[in-house]
Design a protein around this ligand. Structure first.
Ligand code: 4NP
Length: 151
């Protein structure tokens, strides 16, 4: 799960997918990263933590890290939050770039629709609830597809 800061959206996405995968009995390793180096080592934004906890998901242990080209090799699938993250991941991946592994998260709901998870960084708490709901719906689709053997 990749966003710009690894502090608002992708920590939520990591927590939500890990939570849902575990509940579904899937032994997935889920991680997140940011394309920027702005918040390396920091915990998730307090509003991401608050909204996740309201849904029974504790993300307080997470620490911000920067995406690396090697992540393309390490992980089977990379979900990015917006088209700008996609372009950054493609550039940073260099020779490791593999288009078959990288997709916009919301394409899990509406394939090839190229919709972005909006960045809540400059907004208020409402934005974090909207982002939680969008990511949660996308993760439900990811799990459902995996259970149907389509991942
Ligand atoms: P995120 O949000 O990409 O969802 O973690 C942001 C966090 C920090 C900044 C921008 C977006 N920033 O400019 O520091």
């Amino acid at each position: 799960m990749v966003c710009l800061g690894n502090i608002c959206r992708s920590p939520l996405a990591e927590g939500i997918l890990q939570h849902k995968a575990k509940a579904a009995g899937l032994l997935w390793e889920v991680d997140s990263a940011g394309t920027s180096n702005y918040h390396i080592g920091e915990p998730p934004h307090r509003l991401s933590q608050k909204v996740a906890l309201q849904h029974g998901i504790d993300i307080s242990h997470q620490k911000g890290r920067q995406f690396t080209a090697r992540d393309i090799q390490t992980f089977d699938k990379i979900f990015v939050m917006d088209t700008s993250n996609y372009a950054d991941v493609q550039r940073m991946a260099g020779k490791y770039w593999d288009a078959s592994k990288v997709d916009l998260l919301l394409n899990a709901i509406h394939p090839q629709s190229q919709q972005n998870v909006p960045d809540p960084w400059y907004g208020n708490e409402d934005g974090y609830h909207q982002v939680f709901n969008l990511i949660s719906e996308a993760c439900d689709c990811i799990i459902a597809k995996a259970q149907q053997g389509q991942h």
